[in-house]
Design a protein. Structure first.
Length: 462
């Protein structure tokens, strides 16, 4: 064979060899595809795929960083890719979009050399998309990598509209940025909130009184949470901790722990408690444990049978009902204190569930607001005169928090709002707005939980 034919043969074999992408990136792409195209949740799907894989701990950490980071920053990644694409980016095939986002994230947000980020992403594209689309991905990423992230951000900083500029720079939908301005007012404060949502959150553990002690968590090497008396930072993988396996402790954000703690402090004089919307059971597990220690009866209610089963597995004592919280009065029972931790947009936990920022829409607010109002009204109805009602959301959005409080106070004349201030940990500062609790990730290091308390009066009504 002549030299020319040999060279052609080598190039042909090299160009069309079977692609061999790394398993870590293949898993990351599968998760991103199912989250972005199939409405899966990364916090549920990723641990399952990693658990079924043969990846070592270091590679699992890489996949986790790549998945969650790409989901967080995909808004900014899309803006950069749109600058180099010869097509309208909104019309580009979803597979190309997801793989290109992965590539950009490795280029600008991870400790990976440019050539390795591009070549490994293109290798993956060859396997899952085919040669022609991989060629397009290659062209996109080479154009993107010809400039630094700082260079790209110069173009973002030149955008005059502040909402649009911050939306791109910090990778949040414009409606969330706008809602932050409604609450935080200043650009500096909004920027801090947006930045905080883009910092990965380590798992936080919670000890369940009567089943474990905070010291048990500290012995694992964690650090006590700042405000919650039950929590600790997590060192290691939660699912491998013996206390978790034996259901003596759980994984729960400190903000969520504080909701249960404040509720228990305000409700400890009442003889029985109801958790109206208990699934999947985090607050119910802690609240029921506290109730058991105080000799207080506890009932949890959950609409979904599957989620109710999860609640049954973690509560310390009491009953678990399955049913619609809006019709719970039909059971004919009343309670001394009721916690209504209602379904919401979930935008208070964007650092933990980054896909929520892209999945939720402003149009969701109307339906959720109506449901929240109905559940709160139902909670009041089954609360005894003199009893306590707690309304909680994992969202700071004004429509899901202050507007709901104002609406129910106008709607029901048989309640009055009670300030949360006397029931807060003494070191929890700058967390009370109009007598309600409003936590912020950038201020308190927790999810942005909201909590309002009400007392049921002996007279009045709708």
């Amino acid at each position: 064979m002549g030299l020319g034919l040999a060279l052609v043969s080598f190039l042909t074999k090299s160009s069309f060899r079977k692609p061999r992408p790394e398993l870590s990136r293949t898993i990351a792409f599968e998760v991103l595809t199912q989250v972005n195209q199939g409405q899966a949740y990364a916090n549920l799907l990723l641990p399952k795929l990693l658990g079924d894989s043969v990846l070592e701990l270091r590679d699992r950490a890489f996949v986790t960083e790549l998945v969650y980071g790409t989901l967080r920053m995909q808004g900014r990644h899309d803006w950069i890719l749109a600058q180099v694409s010869d097509r309208d980016w909104s019309t580009v095939d979803s597979g190309i979009v997801d793989i290109a986002r992965m590539g950009v994230h490795q280029l600008f947000e991870m400790r990976i050399p440019n050539h390795a980020a591009v070549s490994s992403t293109v290798e993956l594209a060859r396997k899952v998309l085919g040669e022609s689309r991989a060629t397009y991905v290659n062209a996109l990423l080479r154009k993107v990598s010809s400039f630094s992230l700082d260079d790209w951000l110069i173009g973002v900083d030149e955008i005059e509209d502040e909402i649009e500029r911050l939306s791109i720079k910090y990778s949040h939908p414009e409606w969330i940025v706008s809602s932050y301005f409604d609450l935080l007012k200043t650009t500096d404060e909004v920027v801090l909130a947006l930045q905080a949502n883009n910092v990965p959150a380590s798992p936080t553990l919670v000890s369940w009184p009567g089943r474990s002690e905070p010291s048990d968590l500290l012995e694992l090497g964690g650090v006590a949470t700042r405000y919650s008396p039950f929590g600790s930072t997590c060192v290691g993988i939660p699912s491998e901790i013996d206390l978790i396996k034996k259901r003596r402790a759980g994984v729960q954000d400190e903000g969520s722990q504080l909701v249960s703690y404040i509720f228990s402090q305000a409700a400890k004089s009442h003889h029985d408690w109801l958790d109206l919307c208990a699934g999947p059971g985090g607050k119910a597990a802690l609240s029921s444990s506290i109730a058991q220690g105080l000799g207080i009866a506890f009932t949890a209610n959950e609409l979904s049978r599957a989620r109710a089963t999860l609640v049954e597995q973690v509560i310390a004592h009491g009953r678990v009902w399955v049913g619609d919280g809006r019709t719970i009065a039909e059971r004919g029972e009343t309670f001394g204190a009721v916690l209504a931790d209602v379904p919401c947009t979930g935008i208070g936990a964007l650092r933990r569930r980054p896909e929520v920022r892209w999945r939720r829409k402003p149009s969701d607010l109307a339906g959720l607001s109506s449901l929240q109002n109905q559940l709160l009204d139902s909670a009041i109805t089954v609360t005894e005169p003199g009893g306590l009602i707690a309304y909680a959301t994992c969202s700071p959005h004004i429509a899901e928090t202050r507007v709901q409080v104002a609406s129910i106070l106008k709607q029901r004349t048989d309640i009055r709002q009670v300030s949360v201030a006397p029931f807060l940990p003494s070191n929890l500062l700058d967390a009370v707005v109009a007598d309600s609790l409003q936590l912020w990730t950038h201020k308190h290091g927790t999810d942005a939980m909201f909590l309002a308390l009400f007392e049921r009066l002996s007279s009045g009504g709708r």
